[in-house]
Design a protein around this ligand. Structure first.
Ligand SMILES: NC(=O)c1ccc[n+]([C@@H]2O[C@H](COP(=O)([O-])OP(=O)(O)OC[C@H]3O[C@@H](n4cnc5c(N)ncnc54)[C@H](OP(=O)(O)O)[C@@H]3O)[C@@H](O)[C@H]2O)c1
Length: 234
């Protein structure tokens, strides 16, 4: 029970990578709080995992303050919350790219500013491999991910002795692509899997294992871990 007696807050914990992280941390003995916007979905997941739930929106200062007022001092915080809007650089509406940055980057910033950590605590941000392997029509995601990776290094200095790391996933099969038609989604995942040295796309649990390692390895800070099934070497 690597996390026995530790309080872990997973912001974005009602789905995908955050949900898998909450589940793994719970299995490792932690008292887990999950946070996200949709209270009904959040409560359903919390009930299933037997963890606590606090609704929060990372785009709202007061909401993030309320989350950490209610959670009190914590040992480990993970931020996976993001809702991404993107499109061709020349035509994607400014409102969409601003909202992507507002949630993914400024959301993590707000959480980092407000959370109060116990001795030995850590903050783990989640970026994405587009930071260093850009693709067409996703410039704003590349930029937000790179900014998060840079922020985590800066905060490893400024928030020390709190340890701050960033996990940068490749393609992970989560509900993040739920809006795609199912056949197109499966086709995209199959093509991605075929192009990777590991021969498969990632699962939420793959990333969760790395995030829990960031929590528990007391020598790890200022690191960005690229966890992508080998996407960076093909
Ligand atoms: N899946 C991939 O292939 C992949 C690849 C690279 C990087 N990533 C990154 O990994 C992170 C997690 O992705 P995922 O695949 O786990 O996504 P997901 O399944 O869509 O989960 C996103 C979570 O964030 C919450 N959320 C969204 N906006 C929020 C806000 N403003 N305030 C609070 N919570 C919010 C969502 O719940 P509500 O909607 O109820 O708020 C949900 O719990 C994201 O940063 C994503 O960019 C994912």
């Amino acid at each position: 029970m690597q996390l026995a007696g530790k309080k872990v807050v997973v912001v974005g914990g009602s789905s995908g990578i955050g949900l898998a992280t909450a589940e793994l941390a719970r299995h490792a003995g932690a008292d887990v709080i999950i946070a996200s916007r949709n209270a009904e979905k959040l409560d359903a997941v919390a009930g299933r995992l037997k963890v606590a739930a606090i609704p929060a929106d990372v785009t709202d200062d007061a909401s993030v303050e309320n989350l950490f007022r209610r959670s009190g001092q914590v040992d480990h915080v993970v931020v996976t919350a993001a809702q991404l809007r993107t499109g061709p650089f020349k035509t994607v509406p400014m409102a969409d790219v601003r909202s992507t940055f507002e949630g993914k980057f400024w959301g993590a910033w707000r959480v980092a500013r407000v959370a109060e950590f116990r001795t030995g605590g850590s903050l783990t941000l989640v970026s994405g491999f587009l930071s260093i392997r850009p693709r067409p029509n996703s410039a704003i995601i590349s930029a937000a991910n790179a900014a998060l990776e840079s922020l985590s290094r800066a905060l490893a200095l400024e928030l020390a002795p709190v340890r701050v790391n960033c996990v940068s996933p490749g393609i992970i099969d989560t509900p993040i692509r739920a809006a795609m038609p199912e056949a197109a989604r499966q086709d995209m995942l199959a093509r991605a899997a075929a192009g990777l040295p590991v021969g498969r796309v990632g699962q939420g649990e793959d990333v969760a294992h790395q995030i829990v390692a960031c929590m528990t390895n007391g020598f790890m800070t200022g690191s960005t871990i690229y966890l992508d099934g080998g996407a960076l070497v093909v």
